[in-house]
Ligand binder design. Sequence first.
Ligand code: CO
Length: 294
Amino acid sequence: MSLKEDLTNAHECHRRAGIALKEARAVAREVLQPGESLLEAALKVEDTIREYGGEPAFPLNLSRNDEAAHVTPANGDTLVIGDDMIKVDIGVHIDGYIADNAFTVDFTDHPELIKASETALARAIKVIKDGVLTGEIGEVIESTIVEFGYRPIRNLTGHGLERWIQHSPPTIPNRKFGRGKKLSSGDVIAIEPFATDGEGLVADRGKGEIFSLSARKPVRLPAERKFMALIEKYKTLPFARRWIDMDKCDFILAQLTRKGIIREYPVLKEVKGGLVSQAEHSVIITKKGCEVIT
Ligand code: CO
């Protein structure tokens, strides 16, 4: 195939991933209600992705309140939804081509905080076109969130969506940060503003349930080999501990993480305990604007 055909094919897969994602999002909106189990909700949403021909590009993220990202329910998790602000981050891939989308469900009665990230996303999408600088996008996001009286989370960013790589360059900042990089038509990127009433910073807080392959190194123990075979299909995409059906999974995971073969994603929390809202879309950049695929 020519380069141009490759790109057309890639875009088609991204779009199909987006279609499955929208179905999963509709299910998420329906099942994420007070009193419902977070684990049950996650399983239903992930099943919907598969039902529509996609695969989760990462475990469904359900991050609550001051948790900004990287939270997914564990097996046996009994947590139910209460008066929470829940960031629902959904990733779908088809043959490695990803669609990434997030929205926030609010049972805390902070509608303006939700609106801040949603409006920032909508305005960012309006300025995106061939030749736009990532710095311009960051500026629009920051000024919008500040206008609502909140702060953007400055150490979380949007990103490129390369095949099998969930977060690839370029970084799309959520604040004014120099000129940045020029984007071109055909690029596929995810824009994800986060707004908070806290400090505007997140840090690693606590053990994660999400992992990915970090480096391919030889392993010798049979259990380690079995584990590596089980995660082969995820390639370099993140996976959940609860997706791995094997004995002593925790032990093997700890061993492989120590060896630098597996990477753990720690839970990211707002440093001052602020509430966090998030909105995200994936787009294909065109000459005159962009096509939102989610
Ligand atoms: Co993303």
